[in-house]
Design a protein around this ligand. Structure first.
Ligand code: WT7
Length: 644
C-alpha cells in the first residue's frame, strides 16, 4: 500500500528547533545514553536542589519501580510562573476567549497570573489544604481553572480535575476514591450558549462524600446557587484578603503532582498519578519540540482542562515554556461553524491543536465557514485523541492550513503524560493518518498477542520497552493494579492497550484500542463502566457495550440490553435508559444505539462473546467467525435481526 508523503517544507527544514539530523542523533542518544540526554534536557526546569541521579526504572516484577531525578527538588508552579517574571512578566500568558463572542475577553500577563495563583494558593491553605492533600477541581474553561491547578502545585496539594461534563455520580466516585478535602467549582459552566449547573452537581455529589470540608465557588455566570453555611466559600471572598505572597513549596521530583481519572477495560476509573519532576520535564520538552514553540508565538490547544491534553498542553507544558496561549471556553460550532477560525484570526494564532472529531464535524459543514476567515497567521496544526482518517487530515492540511502548515499527529495517553509518537515538524516527513516516529526516549515495540516481538513492518500490540520521564507513577491507592494493568500482559514492558502497524519506513499507524475501551470523540470510555450503569437500572437484567463506527465521533456507543422478565422493551424504555446513562456517568457516555436482546451470545462457560457483538454493531455479519462454541448459536441470528 502506498501513501501520500508530505516532505518537510524548506523553511521548516532550515529553521526548526529540531532538524532532521538533530532528530536522528538526539533520538539515538536518548535511548542509548538516557542519563546524559535527560540530565541535559532536565535543565529546562529550575531545580531548587539539583538532582544527582537521573533514571532509576525497571518494568520487571522483581525490582519494579519508576523514579526520575529522584533526589532533586523543585516546584512546578514556580517553573510555570515565577521564573518568567524577570524577563517576561508583562507577556500575556492566557488570552481567554469566552463562550459568547460578544462578551469581553480577558488577557492575563504572567505577572497577573502569578499574583492570582499566589492569592488562591493562600486561600487554599486558609481552607485547610496543604502538602499532599487532595483537591478536586470541577470547573468550566476559565483561567481560574488553571489558577486552581497551579495553586495546588504551589502548595504541594494534589489536584484531581474532573471534567465538567461528568455527572454528580461520576464526580462523587472520583472524590471518594482520593478522599478530597476540598472542591473547587463554579456556579455554572457555559458552552455553546448553554449553562451547566456545576455547583448544583457538586451539592448532589457531596451527599455521598464525607471527606469534603470546603467548597470554593467561582462566580462565572452569577446565577443564584445555594451556599452551605460553613462549607461553601465564594472564590472572591476567599482571595480578597489573601496575601499575594506565597513561597512555593519545595517538592521532591517524585512527589505527586496530580491525579486524573481515566477509564480502563475493567472496573471503576483509575486515578492516574503523575509526578512533579519527570512530568514537568516531559511536558515542557514535548511542547517545545513537537510544536516548535518559540516565545512570542500565539499557541492554542482547544482541549478542555478536564482531560490530560489540557493538563499537559494548556497548563504545564506551555506555561513552563513561557508561552502565550488562547484558552477557549466554548465549542467549535457556536454561534456558527466559523468560530475556531474566527478566534485564530482574532488573536493571530500560529499553532493550533485539536481533535479529529472536531475536524470531522466541521468538515461536514463544507469549506464556506472556513473560507470566510483568513487563517493567515497559522504555521502549524496538531491533532490528538484518536486516529485521524486521511480525509480529515487532508482537509485540515489543504483547507484549514492552505497547504502551508505541517500537521503534527500526536499519539499519547493519560498514562504517558505527553506526546510519545509524533513528528517534529522540521525533521519528519508526514504521512496522513500516521503519528510517524517516536519522541526522544520512547522505545516502541510491536508484539504478537503471544508476546513474540515483530521486527520491521507489521501489525501488532503496541508496547513501550523502557521508561520515560512523563510516565504515570501509580494508580492512586492501588499500586498493584498499576502493575497488573500495564506490566503483566507483556512482562517487562508497558502495554498501551493500542493496536498498531509499522510500515517499511518505520512509521507508526495506531489502529485503535484492542482492549474493552472505546474512544468516543477522543474521550476514553470503559465499556464495563457503561454496562454497570445500565445494569444498575431496575428494568435491566444484563448489558453488553461495544464500540461501533461513527462518522463524527470516531466510535459510537452500542449497547445490547436484556430486560427483566415482565418488562416491555419499548421506545419509552430505550429513551429512559439513554437518560439513565447520562445521569449515571454524564453526557459523554450517551449510548448511540440500544438494542434490546432476548439473550446475549455466551460460551458454555457463560462468557459473553464480545467479538460477535462488535461485528454485529459494525454491521459486518459476513465474517462472524466461529460460533460453534456458543451455548446457543441461534442467539446470533436473533441479534442480527434486531440490529439498530
Ligand atoms: C488513547 C488514549 C492523548 C490525550 C487524549 C486521549 C487514542 C490518542 C491518538 C492519536 C491514534 C490516539 C489511543 C490511546 N489516541 N491519541 N494521535 N492517534 N490514537 O487520552 O483518554 O488517555 O486516550 O487515545 O487509543 O490509547 P486518553
Amino acid at each position: 500500500m502506498t501513501h501520500a508523503v508530505y516532505p518537510v517544507p524548506r523553511q521548516w527544514a532550515e529553521n526548526a528547533l529540531v532538524k532532521a539530523d538533530d532528530y536522528t542523533a538526539l533520538y539515538r542518544e536518548s535511548v542509548e545514553n538516557p542519563d546524559s540526554f535527560w540530565r541535559r534536557e532536565a535543565q529546562r526546569l529550575d531545580w531548587i536542589r539539583p538532582f544527582t541521579t537521573v533514571k532509576e526504572t525497571s518494568f520487571h516484577e522483581q525490582d519494579f519501580g519508576i523514579r526520575w531525578f529522584a533526589d532533586g527538588t523543585l516546584n512546578l508552579s514556580a517553573n510555570c510562573l515565577d521564573r518568567h517574571l524577570a524577563e517576561r512578566g508583562d507577556t500575556i500568558a492566557i488570552i481567554w476567549e469566552p463562550d459568547d463572542p460578544s462578551e469581553a475577553n480577558r488577557q492575563i500577563s504572567y505577572r497577573q497570573l502569578h499574583e492570582m495563583v499566589c492569592r488562591f494558593a493562600n486561600a487554599l491553605k486558609a481552607n485547610g489544604a496543604g502538602r499532599g492533600s487532595r483537591v478536586t477541581i470541577y470547573m468550566p474553561m476559565v483561567p481560574e481553572a488553571a489558577v486552581a491547578m497551579l495553586a495546588c502545585a504551589r502548595i504541594g496539594a494534589i489536584h484531581s480535575v474532573v471534567f465538567g461534563g461528568f455527572s454528580p455520580e461520576a464526580l462523587a466516585g472520583r472524590i471518594q476514591d482520593c478522599d478530597s478535602s476540598l472542591v473547587v467549582t463554579a456556579d455554572e459552566g457555559l458552552r455553546g450558549g448553554r449553562a451547566t449547573p456545576l455547583k448544583t452537581n457538586v451539592d448532589e455529589a457531596l451527599k455521598h462524600c464525607s471527606s469534603v470540608e470546603k467548597v470554593i465557588v467561582y462566580r462565572r455566570t452569577g446565577a443564584e446557587v445555594p451556599m452551605v453555611d460553613g462549607r461553601d466559600v465564594d472564590w472572591d471572598d476567599a482571595v480578597r484578603d489573601a496575601s499575594n505572597h506565597c513561597p512555593p513549596e519545595e517538592m521532591g521530583a517524585e512527589d505527586p503532582l496530580f491525579i486524573l481519572y481515566t477509564s480502563g477495560s475493567t472496573g471503576k476509573p483509575k486515578g492516574v498519578l503523575h509526578s512533579t519532576g519527570g512530568y514537568g520535564v516531559w511536558t515542557s520538552m514535548t511542547h517545545q519540540y513537537v510544536f516548535d514553540y518559540r516565545p512570542g508565538q500565539v499557541y492554542w490547544c482547544a482541549a478542555d482542562i478536564g482531560w490530560v491534553t489540557g493538563h499537559s498542553y494548556i497548563v504545564y507544558g506551555p506555561l513552563a515554556n513561557g508561552a502565550t496561549q488562547v484558552m477557549f471556553e466554548g465549542v467549535p460550532n457556536w454561534p456558527d461553524h466559523s468560530r475556531f477560525w474566527q478566534i485564530i484570526d482574532k488573536y493571530r494564532v500560529e499553532i493550533f491543536y485539536t481533535a479529529p472529531t472536531a475536524l470531522r464535524a466541521l468538515m461536514r459543514e463544507g469549506d464556506e465557514p472556513v473560507k470566510a476567515t483568513s487563517r493567515a497567521s497559522l504555521k502549524l496544526l496538531g491533532t490528538v485523541g484518536e486516529p485521524i482518517n486521511p480525509e480529515a487530515w487532508e482537509w485540515y492540511h489543504r483547507v484549514i492550513g492552505e497547504g502551508r502548515c505541517p500537521i503534527v499527529d500526536t499519539w499519547w495517553q493519560t498514562e504517558t503524560g505527553g506526546a510519545m509518537i509524533a513528528p517534529m515538524p522540521g525533521a519528519v516527513p508526514l504521512k496522513p493518518g500516521s503519528a510517524t516516529l517516536p519522541m526522544f526516549g520512547v522505545r516502541p515495540v510491536l508484539l504478537e498477542s503471544d508476546g513474540t516481538p515483530i521486527e520491521g513492518a507489521g501489525d501488532g500490540c503496541l508496547a513501550i520497552t523502557d521508561s520515560w520521564p512523563g510516565q504515570m507513577r501509580t494508580v492512586w491507592g492501588d499500586h498493584e493494579r498499576f502493575f497488573q494493568t500495564y506490566f503483566t500482559t507483556f512482562p517487562g514492558m508497558y502495554f498501551t492497550g493500542d493496536g498498531c502497524r509499522r510500515d517499511q519506513d518505520g512509521y507508526y499507524w495506531i489502529t485503535g484500542r484492542i482492549d474493552d475501551v472505546i474512544n468516543v470523540s477522543g474521550h476514553r470510555m470503559g465499556t464495563a463502566e457503561i454496562e454497570s450503569a445500565l445494569v444498575a437500572h431496575e428494568n435491566v437484567a444484563e448489558a453488553a457495550v461495544v464500540g461501533m463506527p461513527h462518522e463524527i465521533k470516531g466510535q459510537g456507543i452500542y449497547a445490547y440490553v436484556t430486560v427483566n422478565v415482565g418488562v416491555e422493551p419499548d421506545e419509552a424504555l430505550r429513551s429512559q435508559l439513554i437518560k439513565w446513562v447520562r445521569h449515571e456517568i454524564g453526557p459523554i457516555a450517551t449510548p448511540d444505539a440500544i438494542q434490546f436482546a432476548p439473550a446475549l451470545p455466551k460460551t458454555r462457560s457463560g462468557k459473553i462473546m464480545r467479538r460477535i457483538l462488535r461485528k454485529i454493531a459494525e454491521g459486518d455479519v459476513s465474517t462472524l467467525g466461529d460460533t460453534s462454541t456458543l451455548a446457543d448459536p441461534a442467539v446470533v441470528d436473533r441479534l442480527i435481526e434486531g440490529r439498530q
